[in-house]
Design a protein around this ligand. Structure first.
Ligand code: GTP
Ligand code: MG
Length: 238
């Protein structure tokens, strides 16, 4: 695992927790309550993947699949400036898609088999991976079909990760529940997206002000510890 290329998050603390950063050939899931920093991390990674290797990037481009309409180009600009990157070039290197429903979301991912090698994509973001599936298949009565479709989607994403050496980052909103954070992660409300898929799951939690706390769950090869990072004007930092 040590030899797999990784993308820096912008925070040394969080990078250390992740064993260096967000890994290629892997699905990394950021989950947590609203405002916990999932979308900000996705923006930052879409910028950072473009950095040269010595600065923690892959010198590659990003695909950003937005299912909630929360992507902001101005945020990409600010983050690019914060790293001394050319904002226009940075934005050009992000392929943005707004997925309007779960079928569209899956169709978009299917088409990436052509785009990824053609455009030298190193990161695929799906923010959020669960939103449309939850909205279209709500409640316990739809749990089986929802999970079946979601699993199919995750397999699609895992194939891309493995075939093209890309990092896949997905988000999943779960309600805040203090007992879940330190307890059994499989009991998280609407949780365990990656329960059957290989990957890294990172739980995010709000702290004071712009501080956020990250914790890895279900990963025996990574430390059982926490990292504190900040969401600043120029992006994710320690
Ligand atoms: P949901 O999608 O609602 O589940 O939340 P999320 O986990 O995606 O949260 P998100 O990443 O959107 O984090 C929101 C937090 O990031 C806000 O509470 C702000 O503190 C911070 N934030 C968002 N935009 C900016 C910005 O332009 N500047 C600064 N400094 N902070 C920002
Ligand atoms: Mg969000």
């Amino acid at each position: 695992r040590m030899s797999l290329p990784k993308i820096t998050t912008g925070s040394k603390n969080l990078d250390n927790l992740l064993g260096g950063g967000v890994e290629v050939k892997t699905i990394t899931e950021f989950f947590g309550e609203f405002g916990s920093g999932k979308t900000q991390l996705c923006h930052q990674l879409a910028v950072n993947v473009q950095l040269p290797l010595e600065k923690g990037g892959l010198s590659r481009k990003a695909v950003y699949i937005d299912t909630e309409g929360t992507f902001r180009w101005e945020r990409i600009e600010a983050m690019a400036r914060g790293l001394g990157l050319d904002p226009d070039k940075t934005m050009e290197n992000i392929f943005y898609v707004r997925a309007v429903n779960s079928d569209h979301q899956m169709a978009v991912v299917e088409e990436l088999k052509e785009l990824i090698p053609k455009e030298d994509i190193g990161l695929v973001v799906v923010d959020s991976v669960t939103g449309h599936f939850r909205a279209e298949y709500p409640g316990r009565e739809n749990l089986a079909v929802r999970q079946q479709k979601l699993n199919r989607h995750l397999h699609q994403l895992m194939s891309l990760a493995e075939l093209f050496d890309v990092a896949v980052v997905v988000t999943n909103q779960v309600m805040a529940r203090p007992d879940v954070f330190y307890g059994d992660p499989t009991t998280a409300i609407g949780g365990h997206v990656l329960y059957h898929a290989p990957g890294v799951r990172v739980q995010l939690k709000k702290s004071r002000g712009n501080r956020r706390i990250a914790r890895i769950v279900d990963a025996p090869h990574l430390p059982e510890s926490e990292a504190v990072f900040a969401i600043t004007e120029v992006g994710i930092r320690d």
